[in-house]
Design a binder for this molecule. Structure first.
Ligand code: SF4
Length: 183
């Protein structure tokens, strides 16, 4: 006898994992593209992408290579640290993210009212956080909800990261970060 909730979650995950086909991408390539669209500048690296996807760096390297060949992602060096590789969406990658109509998770959530979403979001966050913490995975939370986030800090533009010692813009505050620690 299986658990009904677990069955529904598994089915939802299976349907969501099929995303990307309409964009001509494999699901993992689509997930990588989406990640690069929501991650902050410190998190757009092959290592952080591997942590987000829960894959090895070798597997992620193949995914990135395919996205590069398709002209959707660029690999660049870091001005301050030559060993560090940064991943950036190209114009084509950004455009694909914006125009691809099918996003199964969004379609599922569209059926919920604002009140239902307000109930669902913390439950899902709680479930995910517990699972990730138990396995030593990083949570990748929102920058604005990080304990190192200094809102409207004097040295900021307009905010500041107390961990990385760098100014943060509004765009950074709304992105997810590999270093995030919940406030
Ligand atoms: S404040 Fe936290 S989430 Fe934001 S950049 Fe710094 S470490 Fe990352």
């Amino acid at each position: 006898m299986t658990d009904r909730l677990s069955d529904m979650l598994t089915r939802a995950a299976r349907l969501i994992a099929g995303d990307g086909h309409s964009a001509g991408l494999k699901p993992v390539q689509w997930q990588a593209l989406r990640y690069l669209g929501i991650a902050n500048r410190f998190s757009r690296t092959p290592g952080a992408l591997a942590a987000w996807l829960g894959q090895t760096k070798g597997t992620v390297s193949q995914t990135v290579a395919t996205l590069e060949r398709k002209g959707l992602v660029e690999r660049t060096g870091d001005a301050d640290d030559r060993r560090l590789v940064r991943l950036t969406l190209t114009e084509a990658g950004r455009a694909l993210l914006e125009r691809t109509p099918e996003n199964v998770a969004d379609a599922m959530l569209a059926g919920l009212t604002a009140a239902e979403r307000a109930i669902f979001a913390p439950l899902l966050a709680h479930m995910l956080a517990g699972f990730l913490a138990a396995r030593g995975h990083r949570p990748f939370g929102l920058c604005a909800e990080c304990r190192h986030f200094l809102r409207d800090a004097e040295r900021g533009s307009p905010h500041f990261c107390g961990l990385l010692d760098v100014p943060l813009g509004r765009e950074d505050a709304a992105a997810i970060c590999v270093e995030q620690e919940a406030a």
